[in-house]
Design a protein. Structure first.
Length: 79
């Protein structure tokens, strides 16, 4: 069970560090979230509201990670 968790974590990290893929997936997640946010539909329920929030937050995080790129763990100060 722990092995599958590590594999899933590794897959997620590889997706996030792949900048074009991260941006593309972020936009794919953001599109329906924005569509749900802007529209006022009769079939909307608290479930669709929650799903829109999760998709929007995940999409935003992926786009920010893709645009920002990989940052160093630390920065040495110059002498």
């Amino acid at each position: 069970m722990a092995r599958q968790g590590r594999r899933l974590r590794g897959l997620l990290i590889r997706i996030i560090l792949n900048r074009p893929l991260s941006i593309a997936l972020g936009i794919v997640f953001l599109a329906p979230a924005i569509w749900l946010w802007l529209g006022n539909y009769r079939w909307e329920t608290p479930i669709t509201d929650g799903l829109g929030l999760v998709l929007g937050a995940t999409g935003t995080a992926l786009v920010i990670a893709g645009v920002g790129g990989r940052k160093p763990d630390w920065i040495d100060k110059g002498d």
